[in-house]
Design a protein around this ligand. Structure first.
Ligand SMILES: Cc1ncc(COP(=O)(O)O)c(C=O)c1O
Length: 424
């Protein structure tokens, strides 16, 4: 099916007399007639549900829709995008292992990898997404287990050369995980370019209304774990906590990764999405394809207006022809990227502050990617502990404003931006 149709009808086909909308199974637990029936579930010998900390039918229907949208073989929901990225990475790495990651990833993920996972004994090397193949290959070590990047990075808005990163990962016998939050599968399907696992903060465009936190992990089913069994003992040797099951043998390339993440990580860490949140996420997904088009149109219109304005020093938007990421965007994002634009004001930090104060439609928020336009000056909020030099080094100079263009009329958005720029 076309992605537009999957957005509306994917994941769930009701039978005769069943609800048209996905049912919210608001139950922590499930009833069985015999202990043997339940035992089969615990042994992963039968399909079914026993406790919503691990799996819930509503969540599974929504995960199935996201799986179909990405073109994967198995998927799961998580309580947040942070949980999705942690689970995806920790499903492959343990103490003593190493990650290669793009340096321009979301700050929360950067912290997760460089601080929290480091405390767990997992090391990382960060590479410039525009690095050469030689530089990328040089980042690998014998203990590297995974490569990680974002299709469009938040907030740097760099575009990942997915094929380059996938080729390097596969040459070293490891998978590529791509966080596809900003373009969504409507605008890019990383599996078509060689990525092996995709993650999402569904909190962003997928929900799209600033209503529910959530995350998702999707497996392409293409990575041959058994061919690299020595690197992935967690998938390729018996799991004592599951009666000696070897996930890659029992569930194959198509199912091993998500089964292990559900059976081990969800069991041990929780972080499940609530069925009510999954229901609301599905409402967002039903219009994702229509909304993404408008977000992209508004992003492009605002980026072009800003580019031509004398008080604006520079604009980052891969849809603009002079963007260093334009060629990559034409290859990976031919139908549009997203609605997030960042730009620097010629008047510096003070100008950014005045500009944002004067905006009437765009609210100041740490959030991005929902129906209402919002903006943020990282220097005075998320990165306020840094001085101007540190801000520059982190790629978020003091004058930078990140604007997430919503679904309003672009004429109104531009009129609002114009009057705020006039006040500087
Ligand atoms: C690209 C990206 N990945 C992951 C996350 C984390 O998602 P969440 O806030 O849902 O935990 C974010 C949050 O902004 C993000 O932008």
């Amino acid at each position: 099916m076309n992605r537009d149709t999957i957005c509306v009808q994917g994941g769930y086909t009701p039978g005769n007399g069943e609800p048209r909308q996905i049912p919210i199974v608001q139950s922590t637990t499930f009833k069985y007639a015999t202990s043997e029936d339940m035992g089969k579930l615990f042994d992963l010998e039968a399909d079914g549900y026993f406790y919503s900390r691990l799996q819930n039918p509503t969540c599974d229907l929504v995960a199935k829709k996201i799986c179909e949208l990405e073109g994967g073989t198995a998927a799961m929901l998580t309580s947040s995008g942070q949980a999705a990225n942690f689970f995806a990475l920790f499903n492959l790495c343990e103490a003593g292992d190493h990650i290669v990651a793009s340096s321009t990833i979301y700050g929360g993920t950067f912290n997760l990898i460089s601080v929290t996972m480091k405390k767990m004994g997992i090391d990382a090397t960060f590479v410039d997404p525009l690095c050469t193949e030689e530089e990328l290959n040089a980042a690998f070590r014998p203990n590297t287990k995974v490569v990680f990047g974002e299709t469009i990075a938040n907030p740097a808005l760099t575009v990942l050369d997915i094929e380059k990163f996938a080729t390097a990962a596969h040459a070293h016998g490891v998978p590529l995980i791509v966080d596809n939050t900003f373009p969504t599968p409507v605008n890019c399907r990383p599996f078509e370019w060689g990525a092996d696992i995709v993650t999402h903060s569904t909190t962003k465009y997928m929900d799209g209304h600033g209503a529910v936190l959530g995350g998702a992990i999707v497996d392409s089913g293409k990575f041959d774990w058994m061919a690299h069994a020595e690197k992935f003992p967690g998938l390729c040797t018996p799991d004592d906590s599951y009666h000696g099951i070897t996930y890659a043998e029992r569930f194959g390339k198509e199912g091993a990764f998500i089964t292990k993440a559900t059976a081990q990580l969800m069991r041990d860490f929780g972080s499940m999405q609530s069925p009510m949140n999954a229901y609301m996420l599905n409402l967002g997904l039903e219009s994702l394809h229509v909304r993404m088009q408008r977000h992209c149109e508004n992003g492009m219109a605002v980026a072009k207006f800003l580019e031509a304005h004398p008080k604006v020093a520079y604009v980052n938007y891969c849809g603009l022809e002079n963007s260093p990421y334009h060629a990559l965007a034409e290859k990976y994002l031919p139908n549009g990227s997203c609605g997030v634009v960042s730009f620097g004001l010629a008047g510096g930090r003070e100008a950014a502050s005045t500009f944002m104060k004067e905006l009437k439609l765009a609210a100041i928020e740490t959030h991005v990617a929902d129906a209402r336009t919002c903006c943020l000056n990282p220097a005075s909020s998320t990165h306020r502990q840094m001085n101007d030099e540190q801000l520059k080094a982190a790629g978020v100079p003091a004058e930078l404003v990140r604007m997430s263009c919503g679904l309003e009329s672009s004429e109104d958005l531009i009129a609002d931006i114009a009057q705020a720029l006039d006040k500087i």
